[in-house]
Design a protein around this ligand. Structure first.
Ligand code: WTA
Length: 651
């Protein structure tokens, strides 16, 4: 295992206790939830499941734990869309706003709970009409438009599992995911607005189906940008045409608590992404619980905004399922934070009176770079809780968020979790926890984590590997179609414990500091990208003989992808060829995985046993302040690589 790449903030001793004013009104403001969960965590989660959700059939068994397979509330029955929609409408909240949606060009839609329910019922009928049945899988490849949560919720209504594919992914990525999941349907849009222009999606779906995903029988296309895409007769259908003919009568079917809710593919240490499986009852319990207590949600008055993309787990849990289960009003935004101006987020936050904002450290660092004048144009005084997620937050960014967005009196919740964990796992509770800038603080009530050393011994203070020692309701239920890989990836490193893949440190006060991944997974702008996956895409280019990829340090994105390549015999090194190789990765995997820099080198440093010395390559990358380009190995790089190769005992 490699060492964590993020520095440890040894001297961080600033602390921020919640204000008396905040504590007085907080959903929880003492240690009672922790104590309750400590005493009997199963009973604690059962209470949350019953209080936060509505069950068609109550459960008698809380947890069935056959390590590493968990079932929560297994004989209970419930429907996710009924919990997110029908029960609020039945309680008289039909006119309450579910989403204030804003398109990048400035168009706006206000969607109430009653309207959302009608759309969901109709779209569920559309899918039934195309032959979809309980247990089937559908792929969703969409921009941030309201049709996306509508499609997801319609799936849950009839027991179809969705697999949302981030709109920045490539045709190959769509093929891999559809083939792996045997998806019968792809739901997409012609395009979505990004930086003032339509970013096309439907042509990418066409390209994917050209490559081949034989299970896909139909494609539904929402018309967002009027780009007039090619439509294949018999296979492609317009969303609005199908919806115009659909009935809005569609009862929610009670599902087993362990019914598959969704697959979400994420990068691991091998080239093939893993289909992380989440199920119904436990998942919804923990997302609803964390959304209520971590964000101190007051559904009657709050305007909550998670500024993530639904293509990632943060959007699944904290734009769709958590907020809707709790009946709250959310803001949803389609576009980029710098269009039309660099104050777009603050403009939206002011206009809707946003009370909770949930974003990522990479975004905060970008806002810092853009300067406080963008923020000062707007009144952000309604903000009550600020969240961050996706990567370790450096204390400078934390302090900037605290001062310039939070006005120095708004609690910050730094939430550590993963696609696999489904919901927040380590985070302050804003009315309880005294925070330290850069520390995610403590596991939430009902979650039990341990730091261990190489031998698996518990670490009380100091550095170690992060593990989870007891099952939790929203835990992944496996990797789709690959039980062995599930055991191997998460449960084989430390006996009986879930290995998260992150390094962490416990300070003398018992605060956890996350230090980044310890495996071959990079974290670029909070997105997980596998070094192996990028290496495979590099060597897929005909000019490349061998490639090594490392995550270099980047001031804005946290890590940046640096690819070192050796060319095949007859190819001449040139900047143009390097750029072509970079683009090739962009096409193979999607733009987010395109290396920031490709360095063409004569050789790669290897240990005697033939392993590439990534540490050295990372140091070389960090020492050279690389830009957004191709670099032909400069003499310093060659020398460093040669030095490394000469002293090749490092492993
Ligand atoms: C990292 C995103 C430090 C971590 C929800 C984890 C974090 C990976 C934090 C999961 C945080 C996420 N502090 N690191 N607050 N949140 N990470 O699956 O390395 O996209 O393993 O889920 O992001 O990324 P994923």
């Amino acid at each position: 295992m490699s060492e964590p790449t993020i520095e440890v903030y040894e001297n961080e001793d600033r602390t921020f206790a919640p204000s008396a004013e905040f504590t007085a009104q907080a959903n929880t403001n003492d240690r009672s939830l922790y104590e309750e969960a400590e005493a009997d965590y199963e009973a604690f989660w059962a209470r949350q499941a019953r209080e936060l959700l509505t069950w068609d059939q109550d459960f008698t068994e809380i947890l069935d734990w056959q390590l590493p397979f968990a079932k929560w509330f297994a004989d209970g029955k419930l429907n996710v869309s009924a919990n997110c929609l029908d029960r609020h409408v039945d309680a008289g909240l039909g006119d309450k706003v579910a989403y204030y949606w804003e398109g990048e060009p400035g168009d706006k839609i206000t969607l109430t709970y009653a309207q959302l329910l009608t759309e969901v019922k109709k779209f569920a009928n559309v899918m039934k009409g195309l032959g979809l049945e309980k247990g089937d899988r559908v792929a969703i490849y969409m921009p941030m438009i309201l049709e996306l949560p509508i499609a997801m919720l319609a799936c849950t209504r009839i027991g179809v599992a969705h697999s949302v594919i981030f709109g920045g992914f490539s045709a190959d990525a769509i093929v891999d995911r559809c083939v792996d999941a045997d998806a019968k349907l792809i739901i997409t849009a012609d395009a979505g607005y990004r930086r003032g222009a339509p970013a096309l999606l439907k042509p990418t779906v066409d390209a994917a189906l050209e490559i081949g995903a034989p299970s896909v029988e139909n494609v539904i296309v929402a018309n967002r940008c009027d780009t007039d895409p090619a439509m294949t007769e018999g296979r492609d259908h317009w969303w609005h045409e199908l919806m115009a003919a659909a009935s809005d009568d569609c009862p929610a079917e009670p599902m087993d608590a362990e019914q598959l809710l969704y697959l979400l593919y994420t990068s691991g240490t091998t080239a093939k992404p893993k289909g992380i499986m989440h199920t119904t009852g436990g998942y919804l319990t923990q997302v609803a619980f964390t959304h209520k207590y971590v964000f101190d949600l007051k559904p009657e008055t709050d305007i909550y905004w998670c500024a993530a993309d639904i293509g990632w787990v943060t959007g699944h849990s904290y734009i769709v399922y958590g907020p809707l289960a709790n009946g709250c009003t959310s803001v949803m935004y389609e576009g980029t934070p710098d269009t039309p101006g660099k104050d777009r987020l603050w403009d939206i936050a002011e206009r809707y009176g946003v009370t909770q904002l949930y974003t990522a450290p990479t975004a905060i660092r970008m806002f810092m770079k853009w300067g406080t004048q963008e923020v000062e144009k707007h009144d952000l005084s309604k903000l009550r809780v600020l969240g961050t997620v996706g990567e370790p937050i450096n204390p400078e960014a934390w302090m900037w968020y605290h001062e310039h967005i939070g006005g120095e009196n708004t609690p910050i919740v730094d939430t550590w979790w993963q696609t696999e964990t489904g919901a927040n796992m380590i985070t302050p509770l804003p009315g309880v926890t005294t925070t330290k800038p850069g520390s995610a603080t403590h596991p939430i009530p009902g979650v039990f984590m341990e730091l261990v050393d190489d031998a698996g011994n518990t670490v009380e203070t100091g550095g170690g590997y992060l593990t989870i020692s007891r099952p939790w309701p929203s835990m992944l239920r496996g990797i789709w179609g690959n039980e062995e890989r599930y055991r191997e990836t998460y449960w084989s490193t430390y006996e009986g414990k879930y290995f998260a893949g992150d390094g962490a440190k416990l300070d003398d006060d018992g605060y956890l500091w996350l230090l980044g991944r310890v495996d071959d997974v990079m974290n670029v702008s909070g997105h997980r990208i596998s070094t192996t996956e990028v290496e495979s895409a590099l060597v897929d280019h005909p000019a490349v003989a061998e490639a090594a990829v490392v995550g270099g340090t980047d001031d804005i994105t946290g890590q940046a992808i640096i690819g070192y390549v050796i060319l095949r015999g007859t190819h001449e090194a040139s900047v143009a060829l390097g750029d072509e190789i970079r683009e090739h990765v962009g096409v193979k995997l999607g733009k987010i995985a395109r290396p920031k820099t490709v360095i063409i080198v004569p050789d790669l440093p290897k240990t005697r046993s033939g392993k590439i010395m990534r540490r050295l390559l990372r140091d070389v990358a960090d020492g050279n302040k690389l830009g957004d380009t191709t670099t032909l190995a400069d003499p310093a790089v060659v020398a460093a690589i040669a030095d490394g190769a000469a002293s090749s005992d490092e492993d």
